[in-house]
Design a binder for this molecule. Structure first.
Ligand code: BTN
Length: 327
């Protein structure tokens, strides 16, 4: 059914602003006229403006910036990321839904993506909440089955940060920084974050859910986070197309992910290091949940841990934590 709606929308999109006769549309799709009328109603209910004209047929007038699978699928160039899509107007958390999907359905295809317009319980790292204003942000979770040991799992989060960096720089033309391990910044303010969750055996990751939250079109952010958070709209002064960013991100991520499977993690480490001002020579303090370590950053080790040179020259390798910069 969804695929048929995709086909109908695709035909209308190809003839944007021109009316296509109902008879031709029904014939091309291989359905009766009454079925066509029902499908047009379904698209309208999803916010897509289609005008019906008595003698000429149907005309697509306006596409909403809603992350509908029917709008995304016809424009996807990926092999598996985003090929299977779930879309919600409201969900508790896309990561939680992806987890439920995995526990109920053994045949979830790799690359399945869960999208939401709003989350009622959006989750951030370290038990924080993720502010998920309706239709302003991009809230998504990807389901992956990487053939890798759990020790390599932080690299997938770094890969996601690199893909986001590339997608947003390319689409919005903004200068993006990556704060270790996975905060995306413009200036010193965060506009996107990543929450990766794995289910693993001792030597193999069974499932991985990578959650991404992007502040895209927020005009204002809550007062308590304004000093450290921003959105692409606030930073650029322009409304951004969430669909375009999403499409760029899917392509970037798939390329990096497949490269990782074929050639190993060196490419991720190299790109992350190139794009992050935190990779080398920054004076930071890091809190890893147990202790605080201060020192100067000295790049990543091959597993994605941040190397920190402490006073006296000792180098510590840290795998997770919260970073505060002193410089
Ligand atoms: C962070 O703290 O920086 C990570 C934020 C991750 C937020 C995203 S929004 C989509 C997905 N679903 C969630 O509940 N969280 C992630």
């Amino acid at each position: 059914m969804d695929r048929k709606l995709d086909e109908l929308l695709h035909s209308l999109m190809q003839n944007m602003m021109i009316a296509v006769s109902g008879e031709k549309l029904a014939r091309d799709l291989g359905v009766s006229h009454s079925t066509l009328v029902r499908w047009v109603e379904k698209l309208r209910a999803a916010g897509i403006e289609i005008r019906g004209e008595l003698f000429t047929g149907y005309r697509l007038v306006r596409l909403p910036d809603v992350l509908l699978p029917q709008l995304i699928r016809p424009r996807l160039h990926t092999n598996f990321i985003g090929r299977n899509l779930y879309h919600f107007y409201d969900v508790d958390s896309t990561n939680l839904f992806a987890g439920r999907l995995l526990s109920h359905d053994r045949k979830v295809p790799e690359g399945t993506v869960v999208l939401a317009e709003a989350q009622t319980a959006g989750r951030g790292r370290l038990g924080r909440i993720w502010f998920s204003q309706r239709e302003a942000g991009i809230y998504l979770s990807m389901i992956l089955f990487p053939k890798a040991p759990p020790s390599l799992s932080p690299l997938f989060t770094l890969a996601t940060a690199v893909a986001l960096h590339n997608a947003v720089e390319r689409y919005a033309g903004l200068d993006i920084d990556i704060k270790w391990p996975n905060d995306l910044l413009i200036g010193n303010k965060k506009f996107a974050g990543i929450l990766s969750e794995i289910q693993a055996e001792v030597d193999l990751v069974k499932t991985m859910i990578i959650g991404v939250g992007i502040n895209a079109n927020h005009e204002h952010l809550p007062e308590d986070i304004q000093h450290r958070a921003t959105s692409l709209r606030i930073a650029s002064g322009r409304i951004q197309s969430r669909i375009e960013i999403l499409l760029e991100f899917f392509e970037e991520f798939e390329t990096i992910y497949m490269d990782f499977e074929r050639k190993g993690p060196a490419g991720i480490i190299e790109q992350w290091t190139r794009f992050s001002s935190f990779a080398e020579g920054r004076k930071i303090e890091i809190h890893d949940g147990i202790r605080k370590i201060s020192g100067t950053t000295r790049g990543l080790n091959p597993l994605g841990a941040l190397r920190i040179e402490q006073k006296g020259g000792k180098v510590e390798e840290v795998y997770s934590g919260d970073v505060a910069a002193w410089d």
